[in-house]
Design a protein around this ligand. Structure first.
Ligand code: NAD
Length: 459
């Protein structure tokens, strides 16, 4: 099985040799990676098209473009980020200078999902390498074309003692998790996140878990409904709804529901035509198993729009479902497909009844121009991150840490936060020798009052 223990042993030896810590070496490899990604631009589009009919445009906006901008940022900032950062000293440690040194964890394992197979493999890899670690990446077994291309690119750019891609399914992931790692970065489902956390706990290995959940989208009567419908027709059906931060369900003020449904139907028509099956812009469901899962979710549902499922073509039409019961299959787990339940509310209490039925979600969306309502809602509910009056866009700003809370995950990344995720903060005090205040030394008699004052005023 890809000789996993051998790869890990080689990477361990390489890390021990200190070679991965050279910042100029990291930079030169990241620049080579950038060159390789740019030269493979069309191969990347083709791979994603083959894997699940993802259009060039969507691959650019949600994978290729995001990876490149993170890579450019890292290349620009790495010298700054890796420098020991001086912090203000405390009079309690006087005389001293204090610093935070960024230290790579060591040997990192990254396990990636299939839904954004290029982005969610390569972005953590970039950050882990930038921070000076070695990496074994396991891309998803469900997106074979993209995963093979990733392996090919990694083999071309990195020595395998620094970074390697190991392809395979559950058996390979399990064999990888049997190894001892210094950091594990996992993106995927909640049940597998649980397995990863347990494997990591055996060795007290720190983990980042980027998971999912049922992310709500609230709409009140203060918004421009047409604009809300337009934005929702984009953010829900991008990647055919197979997005961890896609809105899972809508909760709309009951008096505007019918009007909203009408507007959303019109927007979906505009995006994908009257027969979305023929649209070149609507990706397919990743495999038949998930297409069957969608068909099962729709059984007995009150369909307002769409509803067509073609298992052989792995096609599910953009679908709107009217007010499903909170105990129905559709409302139990994350949908992860182009099906959008539309629920309604009268009071904020109704909102709470629905939202608190679920664990803390990865994303949270509010369409409202009522500032007090927005602030109250943002502060009331616990969730990974969110957007007011649009969907998904918080993912696009590298200054916003991206991650979940509770069952939607732990830890975060993007931009500098990504570099920090893969770095240990080593706190260093450099003591001066030109003075040596005597208060800490025994005998302590008569020194306690002075010590108390120092703690009160100087910490
Ligand atoms: P998944 O959990 O089935 O698989 C993810 C990875 O784990 C794959 O590489 C897979 O091979 C591996 N894996 C599967 N079973 C395993 C096991 N028993 N032991 C060890 N490894 C195993 O998830 P998926 O279907 O690829 O992705 C969809 C899920 O990922 C959704 O729940 C979605 O919300 C979540 N997701 C989260 C984010 C995020 O950033 N938070 C991003 C994308 C997807």
């Amino acid at each position: 099985m890809n000789n996993i223990p051998e790869i890990v042993a080689r990477q361990r030896a390489f890390f021990k040799s200190q070679a991965s810590k050279s910042v100029s070496y990291r930079l030169s490899l990241l620049k080579t990676l950038r060159h390789e990604i740019l030269s493979n631009e069309h191969a990347i589009y083709d791979a994603l098209k083959h894997d699940f009919n993802k259009s060039k445009f969507e691959t650019f906006i949600s994978e290729f473009g995001l990876v490149l901008s993170e890579l450019n940022l890292v290349i620009k900032k790495l010298n700054k980020w890796t420098k020991p950062k001086r912090v203000r000293s405390s009079l309690l440690t006087f005389p001293s200078r204090e610093y935070i040194y960024k230290e790579p964890y060591g040997n990192v394992l990254i396990i990636a999902p299939w839904n954004y197979p290029f982005l969610l493999s390569i972005e953590p890899l970039i950050m882990a390498i930038a921070a000076g670690n070695t990496v074994v990446l396991k891309p998803s077994e469900l997106t074979t074309h993209t995963s093979q291309l990733i392996t090919h690119m990694i083999e071309k750019v990195f020595p395998s003692s620094l970074a390697a891609s190991v392809e395979g399914g559950v058996d390979v992931a399990t064999a990888l998790l049997d190894q001892k790692w210094d950091y594990i970065f996992f993106t995927g489902s909640v049940p597998v996140g649980n397995i990863v956390a347990q494997a990591a706990a055996k060795h007290l290995t720190p983990v980042t878990l980027e998971l999912g959940g049922k992310s709500p989208c609230i709409i009140d009567e203060t918004v421009n409904l047409k604009l809300a419908a337009r934005r929702i027709s984009w953010g829900k059906f991008l990647n055919a709804g197979q997005t961890c931060i896609a809105p899972d369900y809508i909760i709309i003020k009951s008096n505007i529901k019918d009007q909203f449904v009408k507007l959303l139907k019109a927007e979906i028509h505009k995006r994908y035509g009257t027969n979305p099956k023929m649209s070149p812009d609507l990706p397919r469901i990743i495999n038949k198993k998930h297409a069957l899962r969608m068909a099962d979710l729709l059984e007995g549902a009150e369909i307002l729009f769409g509803g067509e499922v073609d298992i052989d073509l792995r096609y599910v039409a953009p679908t709107l479902v009217d007010s499903p019961d909170l105990n129905s299959k559709l409302m139990r787990d994350e949908i992860f497909g182009p099906i959008l339940p539309i629920l309604s509310y009268h009071t904020e209490k109704d909102l709470e009844t629905i939202i608190s039925n679920y664990s803390k979600p990865l994303a949270f969306y509010i369409f409202s121009n009522n500032k007090a309502f927005v602030e109250r809602t943002l502060k009331t509910y616990s969730f990974g991150g969110g957007v007011v009056n649009d969907l998904l866009i918080h993912f696009g700003n590298h200054r916003l840490p991206f991650g979940g809370i509770g069952t939607s995950g732990m830890g975060a990344y993007h931009g500098k936060t990504g570099f920090d995720t893969f770095s240990h903060n080593k706190s260093i005090s450099k003591r001066g020798n030109w003075a040596d205040p005597g208060v800490r030394y025994a005998p302590y008699k008569g020194k306690l009052e002075l010590l108390k004052k120092m703690f009160r005023y100087f910490s």
